[in-house]
Ligand binder design. Structure first.
Ligand code: ZN
Length: 276
């Protein structure tokens, strides 16, 4: 099955993609370019009133897709875990405040403890965050990260692991953010995307590309079409699995951030139409 053509109204941009811009500039430029939605990174909310941000996004005609990010559930001591629980409740409140339906979770990992322990802490952390998420009507989207980040960013590295967590909770408030950057290499991806969709867990779809060589493990993601990820094929899988949400462009690129952001957004728009 091949993916049908998309238009920009089905594409959302993560504010981190245009990191030099304030939330106000991002909202204005994304809407002017014809994108349909915005996913807000928490750093852009600093010093802002949430209702004002919510209104600005709505008035611009954009959908407030998600808030990034919560999680980081792995800690060596109870005080640190309590602090992170409080921060997760705050992230959920911020998502509700800007009208976003979900918080994306980067689950965390610690080099000083076994991955198995981190995975237990992740399950426990989601368990503790869930009542507040339900109360606020905000979904939690577990984002499995590429295994190169298993040391200190996430002990959830495959879609199967994320699906297994969803199966454990069986809650409409616990689902998955499928990011092609993290998952494109997985031989089980198509089957796990199908499982994710069938069960109603497929909450988000993030796109970018994998550059070769990757010059920086964090800040050198590619624009769709620049690398080796079959973005359109993976989109066809998520749509076949029932996903009808936004294609969210999420690109951390030091190189792009150093250039002109309006030109960068033009390139993102073209790449979204040609390669997503
Ligand atoms: Zn992502």
């Amino acid at each position: 099955m091949s993916a049908r053509d998309i238009d920009l109204s089905r594409v959302a941009v993560h504010t981190i993609t245009t990191k030099p811009w304030s939330i106000e500039t991002a909202v204005e430029r994304y809407a002017a370019k014809g994108f349909g939605g915005i996913t807000v990174w928490r750093d852009t909310l600093e010093g802002r009133e949430l209702p004002a941000v919510r209104k600005r996004i709505a008035d611009a005609g954009l959908a407030s897709v998600a808030l990034v990010r919560g999680g980081f559930f792995c800690h060596a001591d109870e005080a640190a875990r309590e602090k992170s629980d409080a921060d997760n409740r705050k992230a959920i409140d911020e998502a509700a405040g800007i009208g976003a339906s979900m918080v994306v979770l980067v689950c965390g990992a610690l080099t000083t403890q076994p991955l198995e322990r981190s995975r237990e802490q992740i399950r426990e952390g989601i368990e503790r965050a869930l009542p507040h998420a339900e109360k606020q009507g905000v979904k939690l989207a577990i984002e499995p990260l590429h295994p190169m980040y298993a040391d200190d960013r996430s002990a959830v590295n495959t879609l199967r692991q994320a699906n297994d967590l969803c199966a454990y909770f069986r809650s409409p408030y616990v689902g998955v953010a499928v990011d092609v950057y993290h998952l494109w290499w997985d031989p089980d991806l198509e089957a796990e995307v199908a499982r994710c969709g069938e069960n109603g867990w497929l909450h988000a779809f993030h796109v970018c590309d994998w550059r070769t060589p990757t010059r920086d493990l964090l800040l050198d993601r590619g624009l769709m079409g620049e690398g080796c990820i079959p973005v359109r094929k993976i989109r066809s899988w998520v749509e076949k699995a029932g996903f009808d949400g936004y294609n969210e462009v999420e690109i951390f690129s030091k190189e792009a951030w150093e250039g002109d952001q309006d030109e960068w957004l033009d390139r993102i728009a073209r790449a979204s139409l040609e390669h997503v």
